[in-house]
Design a protein around this ligand. Sequence first.
Ligand code: SF4
Length: 233
Amino acid sequence: MKTYDFDQLNQSFESQTPEDVIRWAVKEFSPNIALATSFGAESAVLLHMVTQIDPNIPVLFTNTGFHFKETLEHRDKLVARLKLNLRELKPEIPTEEFLAKNGKLYETHPDACCAVNKIAPFEKALKDYQAWITGIRRNQADTRKDRPFVTPDRDTMVKVSPLLNWTNKMFWDYAKKHDLPYHPLWEKGYLSIGCSPECCTRPVQLGEDPRAGRWAGKNKIECGIHVPSENNK
Ligand code: SF4
């Protein structure tokens, strides 16, 4: 990996737009860069923004087999509207086989369920790239409040998070301006949308942070994909 002065880059990105960050990343890494999405409540904005700059960027989506049907419909709508270069990733074990073997592992051991159905296929696909773009924002959860715009990641990669400083208002203004579709469950209080079992995603109550509905009561906030590694803390 080329050497970067990440401190200086991050300092300079604090006063730049998300599009500036994306342009930098695409210039540095294309065609070895991908965009990761969950087709969740806020995915449309980043997908639109990035594909305006790099229309052919691979879009990685891990289809765990446990998604809401509304998420898959939202995926289809966005793929058609933005002509996404979708690379759908699947767990090695088909969902029915997984359930037959493990039962409701998402209730008893959600970390183990995420490891097999979400993290493993994603990590495998990520090896094909030098950089990846994510839509995380600092105001989504305490675990995200100190994240940098660009950071070394997974030993050989760079992780790029252009929307870090965006507020909810900026986000919805952008979506409105570009007439972007929103996830149908958002209206029902699902501000962060993962897999469909109730123990994995529930609607958020007034005053809770946006990710409070993920694995509620399970002492788990992240699936593992965004947990900082030793070299990017
Ligand atoms: S979010 Fe839930 S169902 Fe989805 S992979 Fe993780 S534990 Fe399993």
